[in-house]
Design a protein around this ligand. Sequence first.
Ligand SMILES: *Cc1c(COP(=O)(O)O)cnc(C)c1O
Length: 490
Amino acid sequence: MADAGPSTQEHNTGDEFLKEAFNILMQDAVQKGTDRSHKVCEWMEPEELRGALNLDLQSHGESKEVLLGYCRDIIRLSVKTGHPRFFNQLFSGLDRYALTGRILSETLNTSQYTYEVAPVFVLMEEEVLKTLRHFIGWKTGDGIFCPGGSLSNMYAMNLARFHRFPHCKEKGLSALPRLAVFTSEESHYSVQKGAAFLGIGTDNVILVQTNSRGKMVAEDLELKIQEANDKGFFPFLVSTTCGTTVLGAFDPLPEIADVCERHGLWLHVDAAWGGSALLSTKHRHLLNGIERADSVTWNPHKMLGVGLQCSAFLLRDTTDLLTQCHAANAKYLFQTDKFYDLKYDTGDKSIQCGRRVDCLKLWLMWKAIGSEGLERRVDRALEHTRYLVEQMKTREGFCLVMEPEFVNLCFWYVPPSLRGKQKSPDFWDRLGKVAPVIKERMMKKGSMMVGYQPHGNRVNFFRQVVINPAVTKEDLDFFLNEIEMMGGNL
Ligand SMILES: *Cc1c(COP(=O)(O)O)cnc(C)c1O
């Protein structure tokens, strides 16, 4: 008999499988995965994990029961980023509305490029981007959802260059002078990656000094631009940061915007992390001046907890620069004789072909809790940070790296054996070894996860970020107690 694709029976078992898999998803990933009486992670060495997983792919298919077992194992052995004691990343939490949006987009499985194949999502993306621009303070503009903030930052770099040198799209790098990008010492590493990827070169990313709180020094920017001009570089872009990845610092945008205006430079604001503060009446002042930017990166998948990935690249431009810069006008996809208005085929704004639907999860969550609900989440995150700061000040052993400006709470834990020994020559060396040991202990126990890093000339310190709206004061007390308990005998 000729093979006519999967039999009806295969489809039926597929449906049954899906239903049962959904039950497992609900019970194990959603409920247990966010339940304090269950672990955050189940640590295994890679070889042990490989043994536990049966990863190799075979010529034959396996039964429903076996497959459902894999699903359970995958969930059990994965990190529960939605757990209230997961503090390791700049994303966390499991918003049920956003999750529903994610499941819907995965199921409908379309590509965001043309109206004919994504009618709802073309209109929805436009609306969501418009709303995000509104919070920046722009009445018009453009934008696109990108696969992450790093890519959004690279879009900014490419557009800024195209804006200054429109012929570079055809002529390439050989037609350009030696370009220079300015960004702070504290900026995200994607600025370096972008310069490498786009042929600008990391040597031409000029690092501007930051002050003791990690903010770009506008006077130094001015100086570095002049130096670059004198050396024959061609400055074209200043990439600022609102909410730096480690310290959570916000660059002083009004002063930097003045410098950019004086020198005719593109002002990009990487607000991947800090952008969500725009939703809070109380905290949006952190981003004062953002309306003067030419472009902005904003990751709702971070502080708003939408789920990976959801990163908006937003533009003040109204001249269709995105399309001009990126369009390749492929005739097989963007036919010019379609029966509907071609302005709804937005896909050529992208450097991709197929593009995920990233707007739906944010849209659905926004519909569910409104901008008021989002504002409460932002405010709550900052209140939790305040609470931790106050608690740390009353507990011996917790030493702030600095007073937090945002929700990045950077601190050392000084175990009893090191207290009062700040003057001893090996104090900092020894302190730098504390965080990795505490981290190992928490992960092997599975009780919580928090990140640490060395930074500049500072030895390893923890960076605590509390953005999951499900976190309570009790979780924060638990966090402090757990650090004390795990570091007490070091
Ligand atoms: C997280 C972050 C990025 C990168 O975003 P991804 O979505 O992880 O690529 C860029 N800039 C800042 C300031 C960030 O915190």
